[in-house]
Design a binder for this molecule. Structure first.
Ligand code: ZN
Ligand code: CU
Length: 479
């Protein structure tokens, strides 16, 4: 047999949690066709792994790359980390299906201005396919986006007629290949939605075979109640659940992660559920008054009325303006911020849990982004696995590949086996390191040496070689 590409003598971490083994990998067209000792078989291209690790390409299960995939199809923040698939449309905000004019409601503005949105999922899917990003894209439909399409204001729950409009829009998108529904119930523009409203949508997700992900109503004092709501909502629709960025926010709630994970373990006995997590103890989103606190640092990343205040602490700005934090925030809005509101011990406990997948939650439109955008995946391997021994390498990789592919119904991805898609990442375990920091947030990671997407060599030595990413439409029911 001849191959298009052979990767020779790699330490293969196959994504399933198995121990690494040395093998050659043969790729033909877009698939892995042979694993083993391929001797001197012919190949159009040979990559010598030389002691480096080869894993399935990483799957970033929590992104806001909807617009980035279309407008910056090289997707450098992702491909430089060895990511080969992104799930877009998280936290209730997706780029379709909605037509917007004028100001974009919070937090949909994290995706861009009104021209970043598409009236139908088909139009969005076509735009992604035309752009041909470096990585594959699978898309959730956002609850807040559906609200924006069906309602004139957000300060109430949707009426029965509006729920019908949302259900229809959601169903059409799911039939077009969207993989499920996301919600962002903590946000001001979704908070008034009752459980009943969300359940009416999750019913449709269940009927069409999709998944439900949720940025829960509360990640602080009412964390456990919010988890119960998420479990109940998913059960109502008979859909798998992913709790987005499970965390214990704000000082008073530090230490709750143990019990939160116990609740997740209990729930998983009766229904499919997981969570995702990014490897940092600071979160980032829009600036909102209810999030303001003097108990931790808040770094303003952007501000529409005061763009020059980006990369400054809210406390500094407030002092300079001689106002309190809330008043300063009010003047800066609409704005974005990084909140240092988590405890490292909670972050580790969640990250290490076997039900946790890795998702960056990076914000590519932010001019001063949280470093998770460029650093999450190498940080999990370099910092948390190699340096801190929070988990072993096969487990770190499983959290970024096979678990994620199975949970989101990405067929033949997230594993190295014959017949699977050739989405592959070759990395140097000794060197791998996230370089992005809160000071230099867009510094690319090091140690990701070579990346293949759908059988096409895509990234090598700091250069994009090809763009071969696809829009991944849902195939069948996600179990
Ligand atoms: Zn979120
Ligand atoms: Cu998010």
């Amino acid at each position: 047999m001849t191959f298009d590409v052979v990767i020779r003598r790699a330490y293969v971490v196959d994504g399933t949690g198995n121990d690494p083994f040395v093998a050659d990998i043969g790729v033909k067209a877009d698939r892995i066709v042979s694993i083993g000792d391929l001797g001197t078989t012919q190949a159009a291209q040979v990559v010598e792994a030389e002691g480096r690790y080869l894993s399935p390409g990483f799957i970033d299960v929590h992104t806001h790359d909807d617009s980035c995939a279309i407008r910056q199809p090289e997707m450098l923040p992702k491909i430089t980390q060895g990511i080969t698939t992104v799930i877009v449309g998280n936290c209730g905000i997706s780029a379709s299906p909605v037509k917007l004019v004028g100001d974009v409601p919070d937090p949909m503005n994290l995706l861009g201005e009104s021209d970043a949105f598409f009236q139908t999922f088909d139009a969005f899917a076509e735009a992604v396919e035309m752009a041909v990003p470096t990585v594959n894209v699978a898309a959730l439909i956002g609850h807040t986006t559906l609200r924006a399409g069906a309602m004139t204001g957000f300060d109430r729950s949707a009426s029965d007629e509006e729920i019908l409009v949302m259900r229809q829009a959601l169903r059409t998108a799911l039939r077009g290949g969207a993989i499920g529904l996301s919600s962002g119930l903590a946000y001001t523009n979704a908070r008034q939605a009752t459980s009943r409203e969300v359940k009416a949508l999750v019913e449709v997700v269940g009927e069409e075979g999709g998944i439900y992900t949720t940025h829960m109503r509360n990640e602080r004092d009412l964390l456990f109640e919010a988890m119960d709501e998420a479990f109940e909502t998913a059960r109502h629709g008979h859909v798998p659940l992913v709790i987005s960025h499970l965390k214990c926010a704000d000082v008073d709630n530090w230490g709750k992660s143990g019990h939160a994970l116990e609740k997740l373990e209990l729930a998983v006995r009766g229904q499919p559920c997981n969570c995702d997590c990014y490897p940092y103890s600071a979160c980032s989103t829009t600036l909102d008054l209810w999030r303001v606190s003097d108990q931790f640092d808040i770094l303003v990343t952007w501000s529409k009325p005061y763009p020059e205040q980006g990369r400054r602490l809210l406390s500094e700005i407030a002092a300079e303006w001689e106002v309190d934090l809330t008043e300063a925030a009010r003047r800066l809005m609409p704005a974005g911020a990084i909140y240092h509101n988590m405890d490292e011990a909670d972050v580790r406990r969640v990250l290490a849990h076997p039900l946790t997948m890795i998702g960056s939650d990076g914000l590519p439109s932010d001019p001063n982004p949280h470093p998770r955008l460029w650093g999450s995946f190498p940080r999990v391997i370099g910092h948390y696995c190699r340096d801190e021994a929070l988990f072993d390498l096969p487990e770190a990789i499983r959290k970024m590949t096979s678990m994620s592919a199975a949970r989101f119904g990405l067929t033949d991805r997230g594993v190295i086996r014959e017949g699977a898609f050739a989405d592959l990442t070759l990395f140097d375990f000794d060197r791998i390191c996230d370089e992005a920091s809160f000071v230099e947030p867009t510094k690319p990671a090091v140690g990701i040496d070579w990346v293949m997407v759908n059988g096409q060599p895509t990234w090598m030595e700091g250069t994009v070689l090809n763009r071969a990413g696809r829009l991944l439409r849902r195939e069948g029911t996600i179990e």
